[in-house]
Design a protein around this ligand. Structure first.
Ligand SMILES: [Cu+2]
Length: 420
């Protein structure tokens, strides 16, 4: 993988396919050295680059002016009637979509016609069959990011699916694998391009008993991505030997418009006092997010490995590419009040290619308090606590204790799973 493409990958890739990564990386590093040499003169003349770097804040703010309610990606339809078997059809194909609010129809790649692709909703222990059809004009694969499955089913670059052909992916999910995952292409040298063209989707693996679901806490799937567009609204890729192409190679291709489920700065309605579980996936090719909820602390309850034993209350969470996290968010304030999920500045750049506006905070989405429910809440590390007239106490079989919210109040001191 090229150095820029490697930024779409996580530690999991490194663990699972060290040998193939090393081989691919060497080849790409040779190409990277050639490109870097070709642009060295220009870089020397522009020690703090502005021209060629994406104007992140300006463009994102410009297109984020028409807020709309957050949509959930469609769920892939299970065609099997056998318990424990999930059989779906997934097609990657070129299409034309409106990617920018009020923007034109532009060329994109999509799974089953949508960006993000449909969500794969699974359970631990499921036998999964994915009938994949590659209608792209180039080879691709589908990689099930985070799954511990046989290498030949995992969509590696070593098992490409040729243009115009089909392939069945088959695997079984292990017990204890509940969590949030995602899928994306992983062809040799084209991962960055195909993901940027729109090929990515979410995966949820559910446990037989999920303490948060059991308590009726509603959940949202939030797939974060970014992209870059030309003046005509088309997805923009600089030439590999251009200055911007060299920057992409060094920094990874970072977009100047941020999306959640393909929407720019959408709104999530939340009742006052309501607790929501947000499953967040960083499907951006290179962007590292420092997520913070303005005016609130985040209650971090899970990551790539599923739910934690106990929640952790934090002011912000650093989220690298391909990482997943789960947080609990409470509706606060008066009806109509909004709380903004922000991407705080994170300096991961080489000085000569650092975007001029890297230190600006970006708005990712907002949650809007929708109805009045009188609640006063206070928080402490490891628990969420609120006060309301009446609460119902329930205890799981393990050490976890959850006081179920009755209208508005919830205390969670532990979220240990009680799977049987
Ligand atoms: Cu991946």
């Amino acid at each position: 993988m090229a150095s820029a493409e490697r930024t779409t990958e996580t530690r999991e890739h490194s663990r699972i396919r060290i040998r193939s990564d090393v081989a691919i990386t060497r080849g790409h590093m040779r190409r990277a050295r050639i490109v870097l040499a070709a642009t060295a003169v220009a870089w020397a003349a522009a020690p703090r680059l502005v021209d060629g770097a994406p104007a992140v804040t300006t463009e994102h703010a410009r297109v984020a002016r028409t807020p709309e309610m957050l949509r959930q990606p469609p769920i892939l339809r299970n065609m099997s009637s056998h318990p424990g078997v999930v059989e779906v059809t997934l097609t990657a194909a070129p299409t034309r979509l409106q990617l920018l609010p009020a923007g034109p129809l532009v060329s994109a790649y999509a799974y089953n016609g949508s960006v993000p692709g449909p969500t794969l909703d699974l359970r631990e222990g499921d036998s999964v069959i994915i009938h994949f059809r590659n209608q792209l004009p180039e080879p691709t694969t589908v990689h099930w990011h985070g799954f511990h499955i046989p290498a030949d089913a995992d969509g590696s670059p070593l098992v490409p699916i040729a243009a115009g052909t089909a392939h069945d992916y088959r695997f079984r999910l292990a017990k204890g694998s509940a969590g949030t995952y995602w899928y994306h292409p992983h062809p040799d040298r084209r991962t960055r391009f195909q993901v940027s063209m729109g090929l990515f989707g979410g995966i949820i693996v559910r446990a037989p008993s999920d303490p948060l679901t059991a308590k009726g806490i509603p959940e949202k799937l939030l797939i974060l991505s970014d992209n870059r567009f030309d003046s005509g609204g088309a997805i923009a890729f600089p030439h590999a030997t251009s200055l911007a192409g060299g920057i992409d190679l060094e920094n990874g291709r970072e977009g100047n418009v941020l999306f959640v489920n393909g929407q720019v700065m959408p709104t999530i309605p939340i009742r006052r006092g309501e607790l929501q579980r947000w499953r967040i996936i960083n499907a951006s090719a290179a962007r590292v997010y420092r997520l913070a909820l303005a005016g609130q602390r985040l209650v971090h309850v899970g990551n790539d490995g599923g739910l934690f034993e106990r929640p952790v209350e934090v002011p912000e969470i650093l989220m690298a590419n391909s990482e997943r996290l789960e947080v609990l968010v409470r509706g606060t304030g008066s009806p109509g009040d909004t709380t903004v999920l922000e991407d705080l500045p994170y300096d991961r750049y080489m000085p000569q290619t650092r975007p001029a506006d890297w230190d600006r905070t970006l708005q990712v989405l907002s949650s809007r308090c929708s109805t009045a429910t009188a609640c006063r809440s206070r928080s402490a590390a490891g628990r969420i606590r609120g006060t309301c007239p009446s609460t119902r106490r329930s205890a799981s079989r393990s050490t976890s204790t959850i006081i179920q919210e009755n209208g508005c109040s919830t205390v969670i001191s532990s979220i240990t799973r009680t799977t049987g």
